[in-house]
Design a protein around this ligand. Structure first.
Ligand code: UT7
Length: 332
């Protein structure tokens, strides 16, 4: 029997309507359109507005569209992973809530937190269940409502993040398509540079933590930038070398969208031309766990069966990683 691999059979996304532009941010904090564009490459980000709406609403919207698009009945799905840093609530898992909202009754579902590398961690985890033969229809969701943890008085972070969700359906392939290899890494020493100070078990929510604005993203941009540039490029080059790939063999680089300069540095190190890099940071900003599926979703029609894709990410933790996959279908 030929070896099973996990192939992406379909992709969908959910992007909230409201667009927060650089011009609007100019009115909120001491910043300029020019500073934001030159330092980050971000023009707008989408924000989920509406009382009582959370990460699971965007996740469920993406999953419902994915089920319809791939002609999959909810009861056929046997596993759901949601990568997120903005769960609806501390518990239960947002993946449980998404499953419930989508009528997925026969799956086990859980959340996975690896910050901006979460979608890659979740994809690699899901692929092992498919490769073992134990699971046949697995949904991986990358979703974040970053606006729920962004301080809109802090000009160093509020310009960066947006809200969105993306979801893929993984199934077994006997043709060698799909996820071929993954390299994942983490270093908890990096936590000091990027974290949320309160709301966890070390510092539960209190009047003091709210007054001190400790429930928002805290980031020291420069050290994160430095580690992101070197680690994301290193891991992407490592996966190429490990699999005997040259830049000519790669159809697309799919990088996490945190900063245009980090994306360009990674592509340069890999020897990939800009036209082969999926870049939509200008429209969506950094949507944390949703950046990579949002890119693949937008480029889906340009992908052909057998295309080699390299996915690469870096995020809080620190966490970083790369996945090499062969695209599974022509989508004309
Ligand atoms: O996705 C998870 C991982 N996260 C990342 O990969 C983010 C990595 N870091 C970055 O992308 C960049 O460090 C930032 C975009 C966050 C910041 O860009 P930078 O070029 O590193 O700027 P900086 O932090 O060195 O700040 C330069 C100056 C400072 O002023 P002084 O000290 O030179 O007077 C900042 O106060 O720019 C100032 N500044 C701003 N000015 C206008 C910071 N934010 C702003 C702003 N508008 N929004």
């Amino acid at each position: 029997m030929s070896k099973l691999t996990a192939v992406i059979r379909g992709i969908e996304a959910s992007v909230p309507e409201y667009e927060l532009t650089n011009k609007e941010l100019e009115k909120m904090v001491d910043t300029t359109e020019e500073w934001i564009m030159t330092r980050t490459g971000i023009h707008t980000r989408h924000i989920l507005k509406g009382e009582g709406l959370g990460t699971s609403d965007m996740g469920a919207d993406a999953v419902n569209k994915l089920l319809a698009k791939t002609n999959t009945k909810p009861e056929e799905v046997d596993m759901v992973i949601c990568a997120t840093v903005t769960p609806d609530m501390q518990f239960p898992a947002t993946a449980n809530i998404i499953s419930d909202k989508c009528g997925i009754k026969n799956a086990f579902s859980f959340d996975l937190n690896a910050a901006c590398s979460g979608f890659l961690y979740a994809l690699a985890t899901a692929s092992k269940f498919i490769e073992s033969g134990s699971h046949k229809k697995v949904i991986v969701v990358g979703a974040d409502k970053m606006s729920s943890i962004v301080d809109y008085t802090d000009r160093t972070t509020c310009i960066l993040f947006g809200d969105a969700a993306g979801a893929v359906l993984l199934e077994p392939s006997e043709e060698g398509l799909g996820i071929k290899d993954s390299i994942l890494a983490s270093d908890g020493a990096g936590r000091v540079y990027l974290h949320q100070k309160a709301g966890g078990s070390v510092k539960p929510a209190s009047h003091e933590t709210v007054d001190a604005r400790e429930h928002y993203v805290y980031q020291e941009g420069q050290p994160v930038f430095k580690f992101a540039v070197s680690n994301m490029a290193d891991v992407a080059v490592e996966i190429m070398e490990k699999n005997g790939l040259t830049s000519d063999d790669i159809s697309w680089l799919v990088p996490h969208q945190a900063n245009m300069r980090i994306i360009e540095a990674t592509a340069r190190r890999m020897g990939i031309k800009k036209e082969q890099v999926m870049i939509n940071i200008a429209k969506y900003g950094n949507t944390t766990n949703a950046t990579i599926p949002l890119c693949i979703w937008e480029w889906e029609k340009q992908l052909s069966k057998g295309d080699n894709l390299i996915l690469a990410a870096f995020g809080g933790g620190f966490t970083w990683g790369s996945i090499y996959l062969k695209w599974g279908y022509d989508s004309q």
